[in-house]
Ligand binder design. Structure first.
Ligand code: UDP
Length: 237
């Protein structure tokens, strides 16, 4: 089987880096994810990673801090994850660059769209930290934005605790049914909650397919990159 996509945004939630714990960083889990990223990269797929920060902080989860401040804290959490991923990928010999949407030049490059594309063309894996740089947004929305900007063919949305999109929570209901494919409007109308509505509409407006798959087994990333039909694909009709 050949590569299904030439260029992809891989979206990893913060939780994916924490192993079953939900908080912090799990070295072994991160190494395994990075091994799969390396393998897909070696097959020739152009890769940019958008990483979340929910393993450290979620802006909306605080009642005592105003939302923009809380969201800034969340975005800084994603930078920790970006640097952690960079360290593991470079240990495996993968050339990487971190670009952040909030400028912190002593730590990483600032986000510059044309430079990001150039890095990918040169075979580097680009890791986007600090989300979009804007409060009230999510890293899923950032993935949609960056996918449109760098002309990615797809967003590979790695999820923990599920292997695709179901009509109801498969961890709570035995009769939950998995969708092979959905369109964007169905996600919004049915309130499926796999992505927020801002991210879903940005993907819809820019025709960006989203492939939702389970990252608990990181080798699934290699399968979806090779076009195996193991998750749920979200696209227009
Ligand atoms: N965030 C933000 N703007 C962005 C991206 C993220 O303000 O463009 C903040 C927001 O507070 C969010 C937190 O960073 O809750 C962590 O990101 P997210 O919740 O998307 O991470 P994930 O759930 O994927 O781990």
């Amino acid at each position: 089987m050949g590569l299904a996509f030439k260029r992809a945004i891989i979206k990893l939630s913060g939780e994916a880096l924490s192993g079953g714990k939900g908080h912090g960083l799990d070295d072994k889990v991160i190494e395994n994810i990075c091994k799969s990223i390396k393998e897909v990269h070696e097959l020739g797929m152009g890769i940019a990673i958008v990483v979340g920060g929910g393993n450290f902080w979620r802006g909306r989860s605080s009642e005592n801090i105003d939302r923009p401040t809380s969201d800034n804290m969340g975005m800084l959490g994603t930078v920790i994850n970006a640097l952690r991923l960079q360290a593991s990928l470079e240990n495996l010999g993968v050339d990487t660059r971190v670009q952040t949407a909030i400028t912190m030049q002593a730590v990483a490059e600032p986000y510059i769209r044309r430079k990001a594309i150039r890095h990918i063309e040169k075979g580097r894996v680009v890791i986007f930290g600090a989300g979009s740089g804007l409060p009230f947004f999510s890293t899923d929305t950032t993935a949609a934005l960056r996918a449109a900007e760098i002309k990615a063919d797809v967003i590979l949305l790695g999820k923990t605790g599920t292997d695709g999109i179901y009509d109801k929570d498969p961890n709570k209901f035995d009769d939950a049914v998995k969708y092979d494919r959905l369109n964007y409007i169905e996600i919004i109308n049915q309130g499926l909650g796999i992505m927020d509505s801002t991210a879903t509409s940005l993907c819809m407006d820019n025709d960006i397919p989203v492939l939702v798959f389970g990252i608990d087994n990181p080798e699934n990333l290699i399968r979806v990159a090779n076009g195996e039909n193991i998750g749920t694909i979200v696209k227009g009709d």
